[in-house]
Design a protein around this ligand. Sequence first.
Ligand SMILES: Cc1ncc(COP(=O)(O)O)c(C=O)c1O
Length: 372
Amino acid sequence: MDARVNAMVPQTDPGASYRAAREEIDAAVQRVLDSGWYILGEEGRAFEQEFSAWLGAGEAVGCGNGTDALVLALKGFGIGPGDRVATVSHTAVATVAAIEMAGAQPVLVDIDPEYFTMCPKDLEIVLRTQPVKAVIVVHLYGQAAALDEILLLAARYDVKVIEDCAQAHGALFAARKLGTFGDAATFSFYPTKNLGAFGDAGAVVTKHAALATDMRALRQYGWRQRYISDLAGINSRLDETQAAVLRVKLRHLDAGNARRQTIAAAYDEALAGTALTPPRRRAGATHVFHQYVVKTPERDAVQKKLAALGVGTGIHYPVPVHLQPAYQNRLPMGAAACAETALAAEKILSLPMFPEMTERQVQQVCGALKQF
Ligand SMILES: Cc1ncc(COP(=O)(O)O)c(C=O)c1O
């Protein structure tokens, strides 16, 4: 028997993205090693320019990871102790952790269960009843949150909008890339992201030039000139090796996103007539499928059966932030008390999704899906 037939299809495989561009990446890393300059240099500057050009707006400031990118944006706005920042509980814990790292108070808003993103109605109640300074909108799984409604609310209540684009590199809303709508936008380049480094890396993007200048200082001890801290900053620098890797991978990002969309279309077809609910697409938005998340009330049983059929899956995320041991019972929430968030966490299942999936792997997943 051909051993490959039953090989497990992994849910994600960052090593495959290295193997697919090995020569270019090896050359880029070698260039950095030979240069003798390893942190905040030419590669980082070039990546920042290439990334903001690809995004189509704003100035990019590279940093250590996507969590720090949020901290830099908040600190850049002068948000800290005594200030409230609204975001969702259905996200990577990082989003909420960053608010506390900046010294501010997170306020948790429920999600719209159809799209798994911030519920504008619950946000409206929060903004009406609490003195919120900023809202962090998470474009989860690769699809835009309800940006039109959220931007209108933010304008009405005069709050800053930070787009958390950690899972949405290249996704569109109204034909414009996510990350170009808010006052600032943050990106993670964690290895499994649509644009992933081979270590930690992140960036914050803004159209406000003065804010970009402040965030450049904030990422390195608040220095505007060496050894002089004008601001109380942090250390969150982008290293040259990751920047060089990201420059290579940025050139493959659009093709990678297109491949994710093709895989998603194959899953849609396989799921027709099954008991699993495919992800709903928002009108006017283009999904880039960082994750392809199905919904099923039988999630744990489905996950087990898929594993038996050689299909690896993930859960993003199994425990909402407000139910995590470190956060439960201490964060203010909207009127909905994150009820939809808690329900969603029990039903979601992320299927294998990475651009380097072979046709054979895609067909193996599709064949397994048809059994439900
Ligand atoms: C939505 C979201 N926000 C923030 C982060 C934090 O990014 P990082 O892990 O690079 O700090 C992540 C990544 O895990 C994420 O998915």
